[in-house]
Ligand binder design. Structure first.
Ligand SMILES: [Zn+2]
Ligand SMILES: [Zn+2]
Length: 112
């Protein structure tokens, strides 16, 4: 949306040329010619959701949104588990990886 620089009225689109648009002021006679490309809204950039895997605690873990990995459950030997990372207290330490069996919900941490 653009406004008239002279009187502040909202400019109205008035098509005149094939590949150009003309904006005209309904109050005074101001007009502005613009390329059509400038009217096209910018494309929304799709950010990869893979980059946004949140570090979540075990308590607030949202099971249905968590990624899964092929790993054997130590309890029931099922071969798929949800996984997430938890940052331990020391900021220097690397985060601990947790797994939760998709079948029996047994939860265990990765043994480094
Ligand atoms: Zn005007
Ligand atoms: Zn299991």
């Amino acid at each position: 949306m653009e406004f008239c620089p002279k009187c502040g009225m909202r400019l109205v689109l008035s098509r005149k040329a094939a590949n150009k648009n003309v904006l005209v002021c309904p109050k005074c006679d101001y007009r502005k010619t613009i390329n059509k490309e400038e009217l096209t809204p910018q494309k929304v950039v799709n950010r990869s959701t893979q980059e946004q895997i949140a570090v979540i605690g075990e308590e607030e873990a949202k099971i249905n949104t968590m990624p899964t990995v092929k790993i054997e459950c130590p309890k029931c030997s099922h071969n798929e588990a949800y996984w997430w990372m938890v940052q331990t207290r020391g900021a220097d330490e690397s985060p601990t990886q947790f797994f939760r069996c998709t079948k029996c919900s047994y939860t265990w941490r990765e043994m480094a």
